[in-house]
Design a protein around this ligand. Structure first.
Ligand SMILES: Nc1ncnc2c1ncn2[C@@H]1O[C@H](COP(=O)(O)OP(=O)(O)OP(=O)(O)O)[C@@H](O)[C@H]1O
Ligand SMILES: [Mg+2]
Length: 395
């Protein structure tokens, strides 16, 4: 018999490495268990280690304690260091207390079997050891799965975070692009169309004067017609101005945010017959141009919601300047609404006003809070951090 003896090779059988320098005992073991296990044999600790190195799926190592060279306990300690999951069993006729302690502490021995062993006892030990090994393997497999799933989850979370960030950046740049575009159109309307209409109005007056020289009968007719024309053009100029202001609050650049808000509130009151108390506070040096425009939009959208949904008769609008923030509060005395219920609806089933407001507030690093009581009214609170140099909001 060579140093190693591979007795059976059946995939479904667990692999046992038997280390025994007594060939008779070895052959007896092989004869007894070769039907149930795939048994590899070695006659010394050194050879067993070599074999262990070559085979990667050994489930159990059964070793004689007394061998030339390495002892069984020493061998199983090495095996334990290489692979903790392998079941380690010592077969011995006699074991000193020191060796027994070392076997338990260092080799983490699964079982001691006394020589001469009985067939029934050995069969039971091997069956229990097989079950333990299978459980350990299953456990290890599950543990690996958990690690893999955790890694996948972490990756998925990172991707989710990245796409959220991308979405946020996209919405910021869309917002800026839209604001820019509206501002450009607004300026064109104001400067170009507004000026041309004013020139037309002038020309009409000249025409009116020229026709004064015409026949008396026609004079009155033409005069009426010209006056009517002038009135219509005047109306167009007013409409264009209003359109220009609602497209983009360029008025902020001319008059400042406080005056722009005052005008917004006045127009709102006149247009919708809802009284509004408002005492403007100077906000000129507080936010950047973008910031001012956003604040204007927030108030505009809140007033839009009041006139579209609240059925209110009065709005209290106040601005307070804190240490680090400005606080805007708009309270209406309307019918109120279930804030949570509305916000819980999918975006496709509700308007975009509140979402756009909360995006805009986020862009300024601020907060929005809505309190609403049915039949009493709704109060919207905005907290907007100062931005003295105007840099932060341009990020
Ligand atoms: N001041 C308010 N009083 C009563 N209900 C309000 C008030 N503000 C908002 N709501 C309710 O919240 C809903 C959502 O408002 P949001 O501004 O998001 O959308 P919208 O005004 O319906 O549509 P959009 O703003 O897109 O034109 C409104 O449809 C309305 O039911
Ligand atoms: Mg709205």
């Amino acid at each position: 018999m060579g140093s190693f003896l591979s007795v059976t090779h059946r995939d479904e059988q667990l692999k046992i490495l038997l280390v025994e320098n007594d060939l008779e005992s070895m052959e007896f073991f092989v004869r007894c268990f070769q039907e149930e296990y795939n048994i590899l044999c070695a006659t010394s600790g050194e050879e067993a280690l070599e074999r262990f190195q070559q085979e990667d799926d050994i489930a159990m190592v059964l070793s004689d304690q007394t061998m030339s060279g390495m002892t069984g306990v020493e061998l199983l300690t090495h095996i334990y260091q290489k692979n903790e999951a392998v079941i380690r069993i010592i077969i011995t006729g006699f074991l000193k207390t020191d060796d027994m302690i070392a076997a338990i502490n260092q080799g983490r021995i699964y079982q001691f079997i006394m020589k001469p062993w009985e067939l029934v006892q050995m069969r039971i030990v091997l069956a229990q050891a097989s079950a333990t090994w299978r459980l350990r393997r299953e456990n290890q497999h599950l543990h690996e799965q958990v690690i893999i799933q955790n890694a996948l989850l972490t990756q998925a979370n990172q991707r989710l975070y990245a796409s959220k960030e991308a979405l946020r950046n996209l919405s910021i740049s869309l917002f800026t692009a839209r604001e820019e575009e509206q501002r450009r159109i607004s300026m064109e309307l104001h400067d170009e169309l507004g000026q041309s209409l004013a020139a037309l109005k002038m020309q009409t007056r000249i025409m009116e004067n020229d026709f004064l020289a015409a026949a008396h009968q026609q004079q009155e007719k033409i005069k009426k017609w010209a006056a009517h024309l002038r009135e219509s053009i005047g109306q167009i100029i007013q409409d264009v101005r209003q359109l220009s202001t609602s497209l983009s609050p360029v008025i902020i650049e001319d008059l400042g945010l406080d005056a722009a808000l005052q005008q917004l509130v006045d127009n709102f009151s006149v247009a919708h017959g809802i009284s509004c108390s408002f005492y403007p506070v100077s906000l000129q040096d507080i936010t950047s141009t973008d910031g001012k425009r956003i604040v204007y939009r927030l108030v505009q959208e809140t007033l839009n919601n009041i006139c579209n949904h609240a059925q209110a008769s009065h709005v209290d609008f106040s601005i307070e300047i804190g240490q680090k923030n400005i606080f805007l509060t708009l309270a209406d005395n309307g019918k109120g609404f279930h804030v949570r219920k509305i916000l819980a609806r999918p975006q496709s089933q509700r308007g975009i006003g509140l979402t756009a407001m909360s995006e805009r507030v986020k862009m300024l690093g601020g907060k929005i809070e809505i309190q609403s009581i049915i039949n009493q009214g709704t109060t919207v609170f905005f907290t907007i951090p100062f931005d003295l140099n105007g840099q932060k909001n341009k990020k």
